[in-house]
Ligand binder design. Structure first.
Ligand code: PLP
Length: 420
């Protein structure tokens, strides 16, 4: 927190406020069109974006904590959840809860696993343990900390996928949960989920698949005939799956889902958090948060019903063609190599250039680079954007490569970026 704490004294005109908002927006890197490949914000096509925005505006200033009591909002939320369970092959048994994001979905799954263990794993002693590959998302560490579980992160294999034997060996009598990512955020790689499921089965663990990135992408890749391991409820050992609507579902933030294999497992989602001794009456929300925007539910419903399977498949096909173009362009620049994976992330690195300086060069040119630090990869994500955005990115990258090689581009610009 910087600056004065005095509350604004006088009113201002709407015009002044709107001008300030535009000024703030002009300062932000992620709102720039040239940054569309770097933001992790997935809009689908322009038409999808407009459908999403119209539904969001229609339901602006509504509260989805009441969705189960509102006929219209409730119907849309119910549709979104049932469609999600269907997409993840959960069948009639599957159940889901509406979440505000992947972190909440993961939090609720860890909570459900803990409550399940308290009832079903009498030999496991608290603090319980979660075993997962190092590449799984940081949201698990947060959840484990809040919920009093111990994290046991296991180094991934040399291909950056989960090392299944090492996961198996790391299971102790107090391990209750095992996790695989489909895909992980850093490298965009899908872990060997069927093999992890076998470990879960062998030890009787709760298995969670983090499909936050893949939940609304992998099903359509499969339908397009791309080769993937089975990653969802088709595997008997999978207990829960997180899938973000606000990623490749193309919905507006904040929208995600956590699905359970059955009502019997979903029951643990609610253990201890359906409050019935409050003076305001029974209180039960879908997840950790109470109030949340009904607009996000309406927007998710609108996009899913606008696109249908057909539309998602079209966008997926189109975006993979763009990914190929990005790979070819990046690899045509001296010494850059792309890590092949099963998602739309395009992680690349150079063995001869200092990657920190490449990050610095991207920031210097107004990009917002994400990636990994060990080893260092920059990972843009392919998006159905205009050719010009890709050409500009590739042109900038070639110049950055050259500048780093000549020693004129350094990591200096990163200081402001990290400072923010
Ligand atoms: C694989 C994965 N899991 C979980 C999350 C957390 O999602 P959120 O930022 O919506 O809380 C992310 C976010 O990028 C992710 O990539």
């Amino acid at each position: 927190m910087t600056g004065s704490t005095s509350f604004p004294k006088l009113r201002r005109t709407r015009h002044e406020v709107e001008a300030d908002i535009r000024q703030f927006k002009s300062l932000d890197m992620c709102t720039k069109p040239n940054n569309r490949l770097m933001t992790g914000i997935h809009k689908g096509s322009q038409q999808v974006h407009e459908v999403c925005r119209a539904a969001y505006n229609e339901y602006f200033h509504t509260n989805a904590v009441l969705a189960d009591m509102e006929q219209g909002l409730g119907q849309m939320q119910n549709d979104v959840l049932r469609w999600t369970v269907g997409l993840l092959n959960g069948g009639a048994e599957g159940r889901a809860n509406m979440m505000v994001g992947g972190s909440e979905s993961i939090f609720c799954a860890v909570h459900a696993a803990r409550e399940w263990a308290r009832e079903n794993l009498p030999n496991a002693k608290e603090p319980y343990e979660i075993v997962m590959p190092r590449t799984a998302h940081a949201a698990f560490d947060k959840a484990a900390h809040y919920l009093g579980l111990k994290m046991n992160r296991i180094a991934a294999g040399s291909d950056f996928r989960a090392d299944v034997d090492a996961l198996d060996s790391a299971v102790t009598p107090n391990t209750i949960m095992i996790v695989g990512s489909a895909p992980c955020w850093g490298f965009g790689l899908v872990d060997p989920i069927p093999e992890i499921a076998s470990v879960a089965e062998k030890h009787g663990l709760w298995m969670h698949v983090d499909c936050c990135v893949g939940g609304f992408l992998l099903p359509f890749m499969e339908r397009l005939g791309m080769t993937l391991p089975v990653f969802d409820f088709r595997l008997e050992a999978v207990s829960s799956i997180s899938a973000d609507l606000h990623k490749h579902g193309f919905a507006a933030k904040p929208a995600s889902t956590v699905s359970y294999r059955s009502e019997a497992l979903q029951k643990y989602h609610n253990t201890g958090v359906a409050i019935d001794n409050w003076q305001c009456g029974m209180y039960k929300s879908h997840g950790v948060v109470g109030s949340r925007p009904g607009s996000a539910v309406a927007a998710a419903w609108a996009v899913m019903s606008y696109l249908g399977e057909e539309g998602y498949m079209d966008i997926t096909r189109q975006t993979f063609a763009i990914k190929e173009k990005m790979i070819a362009g990046i690899e045509s620049i001296e010494d850059f190599k792309v890590l092949r994976n099963e998602s739309l992330l395009v992680p690349f690195r150079s063995n001869s250039l200092e990657m920190l300086n490449v990050f610095g060069g991207l920031v210097e040119r107004g990009y917002f680079p994400w990636g990994t630090f060990d080893p260092m990869y920059v990972h843009p994500s392919a998006e159905p954007v205009d050719e010009i955005v890709i050409d500009q990115f590739l042109g900038d990258l070639a110049e950055i490569g050259q500048g780093v090689r000549e020693g004129v581009i350094t990591a200096e610009a990163l200081a402001t970026y990290i400072g923010n």
